[in-house]
Design a binder for this molecule. Structure first.
Ligand SMILES: [Zn+2]
Ligand SMILES: [Zn+2]
Length: 141
């Protein structure tokens, strides 16, 4: 079952043809600024399973000097996805329509957490990225 999402003004829409996985809350200072929020929530998908289905010409990419970037709607500013080398690598969970079928599994980059925000759940927390081989307990890939 495909997962659809889109921006606030509705002009940009995307579809993930497979399932989402690897959702996490990123507290890094770049994501906080880019979203204007305490943290940003992303989910991954299998390569080749993401496509813009409308408004692709309105999508702008901002790439941070240190690597990593974000896709946003140039009309309304919604952040729709994270990028790596200009390629979409993760979607923002907040832009998914309906239930994305995945739940966040960790807080990452909590070393950069906003001083005014406290984490009140039991998800694992990592100062930076989780170790390469880390898997959330009881979950598959
Ligand atoms: Zn928009
Ligand atoms: Zn981040």
């Amino acid at each position: 079952m495909a997962i659809d999402g889109g921006c606030l003004c509705g002009k940009v829409r995307y579809r993930v043809s497979g399932r989402l996985f690897g959702a996490d809350h990123c507290h890094c200072s770049m994501c906080r600024r880019q979203h204007g929020a305490a943290f940003a929530t992303y989910a991954d998908f299998e390569p080749g399973e993401f496509a813009w289905i409308s408004g692709a010409d309105l999508v702008k990419i901002y790439e941070a000097p240190g690597g990593g970037g974000w896709c946003f709607c140039s009309e309304c500013g919604s952040t729709l996805a994270g990028t790596d080398d200009g390629k979409v690598t993760a979607i923002t969970l907040g832009t998914v329509e309906g239930d994305p079928g995945v739940r966040p599994e960790a807080h990452i980059f909590t070393g950069s957490r906003a001083p005014w925000h406290e984490i009140h759940d039991d998800l694992p927390q990592f100062d930076e990225r989780p170790p390469e081989n880390w898997k959330p307990p009881g979950k598959n890939p």
